[in-house]
Write a protein that binds this ligand. Structure first.
Ligand SMILES: [Zn+2]
Length: 397
C-alpha cells in the first residue's frame, strides 16, 4: 500500500521490516526485537495488499496543496524538502522540526512559488512528513484491523507513556486476530464455565505493555508453543517430560509445576495474596471463588508468563532442557525492579512538587499496596517478603 514516490511501486516485505525497525528505533531509541519487527513488517505488508485499487489510485494523484495562511507545508526543490508555515500570499516561514515532531520557527522566510508545495501530514501538533511520503504514511492513511475501528498506524507506533511501538502494534494485531468467542468456548470446554467479561477486565499495576503480551496471548489462546507447529518437535522441553507442549501444558507440566508455579503461589501467599495454585487462575486470572485477580496479583501473573515463556523460547532456540527455576528467579527479579521503579517514580513526582504552594501528597490508593508501602511524603519501602525473596533467589549465586 505504501507508495515509494520515486518509483511508484509498493513496498516489499523486506522494506516494510526496515520501515518498522526504523520507526521503532526512532521512537524508543532502542534496538527492537528482530522477531517482532519481522512479524509487524509482514503484517503491514499483508494489510497493504488488501487496500482496494481505487484507494491506491487516490495515492498517486497530484494533490493541490492547501496554501491558506497558517497551513503546514513542505517546500520541495531538487533533493531539498523544507518544512514551513504559510504566512501570506507570497511567503512561508521556515521551521525546524525537533525530535518529537514539533516545530520551531526560524527567522528565515521563503517565497513559496519557487518551490513545489506539498502539504504536511500532521499527527496532532506533530509533523509526520510530506503528504505521500514514507514517513507520513502511518499518519496519513487509516487502515482497519478485522473487527476494529479504522486506525492510524501512528497512533499505534507513538505512545505517550514510555514503552511503545511494536508491543502496542502487536497487541492491536493480536487483538484483531484473537477471535474472543472461539477462545472463550475452547477455554470453557477445558476449564469449565467462566465469566469472560471478568477475564477481559483484568488490569495490572506496575507492568509495561511488553510485560503483558504473553499472558494476554494465553487468555486469547494464541501463545505460540511447540504444538502450534513450525518447530522440529512438539514435545515439552522439561527434562524427562515427553508431553506435547501446548498452552495448558505450561501450567500442568509436573516439572514446571514443581519448579515454577508452586513457587509463584507460595510467594503470592506470603505477600498476602489470596490465590491458590490453580490452572484457571494462572491461565485466565479467575480465582477458585469466581472472582478476578486484583491489580497486584495480575502484575505477578503477567510477569510469571513473560518469564516462563522467555524460558520456553530460550530452551527451544538453544536446544537445551528448560529450566523453570531460572524462570522463577527472573520473575522475582522483574517484580523487584518494576516495583522499585514504581516507588522511585512517586518519589520523583513528590520531590519535584512538594515545595510548591498547594503541594499534593501521594494519593492513598497508590500508597497502601502489598508489594510496596509508600508514605504520603513518598518515602517507600518494598515489601520485605519481596526483597528477601529477591536476595534469596537472585543474589545468592
Ligand atoms: Zn512438560
Amino acid at each position: 500500500m505504501n507508495q515509494d514516490t520515486n518509483r511508484n511501486t509498493r513496498f516489499t516485505r523486506r522494506e516494510w521490516r526496515h520501515f518498522v525497525d526504523h520507526m521503532e528505533r526512532a521512537s524508543t531509541g532502542k534496538t527492537p526485537d528482530n522477531h517482532r519487527v519481522a512479524e509487524m513488517g509482514d503484517a503491514i505488508y499483508y494489510a497493504g495488499k488488501s487496500i482496494p485499487q481505487a484507494a491506491r489510485q487516490e495515492l498517486k494523484k497530484t494533490i493541490t496543496p492547501n496554501i491558506d495562511d497558517d497551513a503546514r507545508v513542505y517546500l520541495e526543490r531538487g533533493e531539498a524538502s523544507i518544512p514551513a508555515i504559510i504566512i501570506d500570499d507570497e511567503q512561508a516561514r521556515l521551521v525546524d522540526i525537533d525530535g518529537v515532531g514539533k516545530h520551531h520557527p526560524r527567522k528565515q522566510t521563503a517565497r513559496y512559488r519557487h518551490f513545489t508545495v506539498r502539504e504536511a501530514v500532521m499527527w496532532g501538533d506533530r509533523w509526520a512528513g510530506p503528504s505521500g511520503s514514507v514517513e507520513a504514511w502511518p499518519a496519513e492513511y487509516k487502515f482497519t484491523f478485522t473487527g476494529g475501528e479504522p486506525t492510524l498506524l501512528y497512533d499505534l507506533i507513538r505512545s505517550q507513556d514510555g514503552e511503545a511501538g511494536i508491543s502496542l502494534i502487536t497487541r492491536a494485531l493480536a487483538k484483531a486476530r484473537m477471535k474472543p468467542p472461539l477462545a472463550e468456548t475452547t477455554w470453557a470446554d477445558r476449564l469449565g464455565r467462566t465469566n469472560f467479561s471478568k477475564v477481559w477486565g483484568i488490569r495490572a499495576d506496575y507492568v509495561t505493555p511488553r510485560d503483558q503480551v504473553s499472558w494476554l496471548k494465553i487468555q486469547h489462546r494464541n501463545l505460540r508453543v511447540a504444538a502450534s507447529g513450525g518447530f522440529q518437535d512438539t514435545k515439552c522441553r522439561v527434562r524427562g517430560c515427553r508431553a506435547e507442549e501446548n498452552q495448558e501444558h505450561l501450567v500442568s507440566c509436573p516439572g514446571i509445576q514443581r519448579d515454577f508455579w508452586v513457587s509463584v503461589a507460595i510467594l503470592m501467599n506470603h505477600l498476602g495474596m489470596s490465590v491458590t495454585n490453580n490452572s484457571k487462575t494462572w491461565l485466565l486470572g479467575i480465582k477458585a471463588d469466581g472472582s478476578q485477580v486484583s491489580r497486584e496479583e495480575a502484575a505477578i501473573i503477567f510477569w510469571a508468563w513473560r518469564c516462563l515463556y522467555a524460558e520456553v523460547v530460550r530452551a527451544r532456540v538453544e536446544n537445551l532442557d528448560m529450566n523453570p527455576s531460572k524462570a522463577y528467579a527472573n520473575l522475582v527479579r522483574m517484580a523487584y525492579t518494576r516495583v522499585k521503579a514504581y516507588g522511585a517514580k512517586w518519589y520523583g513526582w513528590y520531590s519535584r512538587q512538594h515545595r510548591k504552594k498547594n503541594a499534593k501528597v501521594i494519593p492513598r490508593k497508590h500508597r497502601d499496596k502489598k508489594l510496596i508501602k509508600t508514605e504520603a511524603s513518598a518515602e517507600y519501602r518494598i515489601s520485605p517478603i519481596l526483597s528477601d525473596e529477591f536476595k534469596r533467589v537472585c543474589l545468592r549465586q
